[in-house]
Design a protein around this ligand. Structure first.
Ligand code: SF4
Length: 609
């Protein structure tokens, strides 16, 4: 059994868009045990195949979609990842995505797709089990992320085909364009949509009718049932009822709900009453949705029932509420949902897209950008139609839209007038997500600094006083298995006592017998290769150790008014984290001893450490 590859499809599809050809990469047991899957597989290929300094929007960049050994096995919360070099930051990028499409790839017989080159005209890739076709997509170019899958379903005469696609933002290489799947789900962060657009790849359509075999189905299913019972327990009631909106009220209470580009982080109760999970449930909730087989069923689909946007349907989660909602001056679901829907339909990352609107709105508030600069748009806070009009300019790169299509930091550098202070970016120049990290009650703060994809709400690595490298490795393991963080061991932020024992699941699925030390070593290995990729690109500790000047100013309102970050807090945090990591504390460059201990001598040689 040891040499049989259970839990995997056993092969990766490699696609060259320049020649419209494909081939198969075998996944050997040795390769699977060393890199696990998901971002682990992505780390191996990105490190080995994308040379330092490669243009993220050039044909040599790789766009990869990777599943893991848990994907499609029937447990709750299995998904897939996209991995590429980011056109937004120039650094390593990974982004996870739920729904049904990741498992579909595995059912089609593939553990992942490695895409290289550039097609000379728009195409979409159609993977129907073992058959791979390059289909003309010229008629789809310009279509949004809701029209595109419908047209592909009609063309293929298959309502069950799963589609990942880009909208106009990706086609026009907006550096924070996302890849959309199943209408409301996304590979959101860091510009995967722009990489896809640069390759003239409009969509990937997948149909799979196979199965994923696990080694010990009885043992595996026992763990699946335990996990399901935990997710359905009373302790998880609120998360199942409201999903991430469970956090709105709590985050407002701890002064963490970013408001108007983090000028505040608290809405007074009078305003907040139209922005709570209860209010959404009463006024706008249409249905609840789950990713394939997930007992958590955490997604809320809402509908605008009154006003000029009546009938508009949108899926709502906390990051949308905080980045596009309160972040852009809204405090009512009915005014913010149309903006969020436009972000998704045009194909922007929700977080960076929201932050670009709030950045431009603050410049407008301060007179740095005028109505004339904005092509006549009155970008007052919470102005739904103005925000949608601005998004359309950005997606088509017209007027001010071209300036804003590269994210807040680079846009500020073009605009000048000291506007960089209003660009809410942290590590590696990536926009901070919806939560203000200043509050002492905040649970997201170190995540904005320590992650390899730059500022990231999904990469917490301990607290300011207690850095935690193992926590980072754990997150890397989740993204390699590939499982949803809301269902995971010691689940970040879910507030539920879920402990499904993923190591036992891995061993039952694969027939391996790896122990906890080996498991964590795999996570640390992958995390070190991600970091080495960024170091090889020229990033150093100072590029992570950054927050906007506003974060050193005291929170002006709310229960934790007065709280602020300090440079000393950041310095002691990084000193501690890099010491734990075994990296050079001054620069963040990994040491040879650490890399060799992780079986990464080739990486140490390449970095010349
Ligand atoms: S917890 Fe929510 S996002 Fe995660 S897999 Fe389940 S339904 Fe999807």
């Amino acid at each position: 059994m040891a040499d049989t590859l259970f839990g995997y499809a056993g092969k990766i599809l490699e696609v060259d868009l320049t020649t419209h050809s494909s081939k198969t990469i075998e996944v050997t047991p040795e390769f699977a045990k060393k890199w696990l899957g998901g971002v682990g597989f992505g780390a191996y290929f990105l490190w080995n195949r994308v040379k330092a300094g490669a243009d993220p929007l050039g044909p040599d960049n790789l766009l990869m979609f990777m599943t893991g050994p848990m994907t499609g096995t029937g447990s709750s919360g299995t998904r897939w990842n996209a991995i590429f070099k980011s056109p937004h930051t120039g650094a390593w990028a990974r982004t996870a995505q739920g729904g049904d499409i990741g498992p579909e790839l595995k059912y089609a017989g593939w553990d992942g797709i490695v895409i290289t080159g550039k097609s000379d005209s728009p195409v979409y890739l159609y993977i129907n089990n073992n058959r791979v076709q390059f289909k003309d997509a010229r008629h789809l170019w310009g279509k949004d992320t809701h029209e595109t899958p419908q047209l592909i379903e009609e063309e293929l005469k298959d309502k069950l085909v799963k589609v990942a696609c880009i909208g106009p933002a990706g086609e026009n290489k907006v550096t924070y364009a996302m890849i959309s799947t199943e209408y409301f789900r996304a590979f959101g962060r860091l510009g995967g949509g722009a990489v896809m657009g640069s390759k003239n790849l409009k969509a990937v359509a997948i149909r799979g009718t196979g199965e994923v075999k696990v080694a010990d189905l009885d043992a595996y299913w026992k763990l699946v049932e335990q996990q399901r019972a935990a997710l359905l327990s009373p302790a998880n009631f609120w998360f199942r009822r409201w999903g991430t909106q469970t956090y709105n009220e709590w985050l407002n209470d701890v002064t963490q709900l970013g408001y108007k580009n983090f000028q505040e982080a608290w809405l007074d109760p009078d305003k907040f009453k139209t922005f709570s999970g209860q209010y959404l449930e009463k006024t706008s909730q249409l249905s609840r949705r789950a990713c394939i087989g997930c007992a958590n069923r955490c997604s809320t689909v809402g509908v605008v029932r009154t006003g000029p946007h009546a009938g508009l349907v949108d899926e709502i989660d906390y990051e949308g509420i905080a980045n596009v909602g309160s972040g852009c001056g809204h405090y009512d679901f009915r005014t913010f949902m149309p903006v969020e829907e436009a972000i998704e339909r045009l194909g922007f990352d929700l977080i960076s897209g929201g932050k670009v609107i709030s950045f431009a709105s603050e410049l407008y508030q301060r007179g740095i950008l005028t109505k004339a600069d904005l092509g006549g748009i009155d970008l007052t806070w919470g102005n739904t139609d103005a925000q949608i009009a601005l998004l359309e300019l950005i997606a088509s790169r017209k007027g001010i839209g071209d300036t804003l299509a590269v994210g807040t930091r680079k846009a500020a550098q073009k605009i000048g007038k000291d506007s960089e202070q209003y660009a809410m970016v942290a590590a590696l120049g990536n926009e901070i997500s919806g939560s203000d990290p200043r509050s002492s009650g905040a649970f997201i703060n170190t995540a904005y600094l320590a992650g390899e994809r730059g500022s990231c709400h999904n990469a917490p690595a301990g607290t300011w006083d207690a850095p935690d490298a193992v926590r980072q490795d754990k997150m890397t393991l989740f993204d390699s298995l590939v499982v949803c963080l809301f269902v995971s061991v010691d689940g970040w932020g879910s507030g539920s006592p879920i402990n499904p024992d993923y190591l036992a699941m891995l061993n039952a699925a694969t027939g391996w017998n790896i122990d906890e030390a080996e498991f964590y070593k795999i996570g640390e290995r992958i995390a070190n290769v991600e970091h080495a990729f960024n170091i090889r690109e020229g990033f150093r500790r100072k590029d992570w150790e950054y927050v906007p000047p506003r974060m050193y100013e005291p929170l002006p309102t709310g229960p934790n008014a007065g709280d602020a970050l300090t440079p000393e807090l950041l310095k002691s945090y990084f000193d501690g984290l890099y010491t734990l990591r075994g990296w050079d504390v001054a620069t963040g460059v990994p040491t040879r001893a650490k890399l060799e201990a992780l079986d990464l001598k080739d990486v140490a040689d390449a970095l010349k450490v």
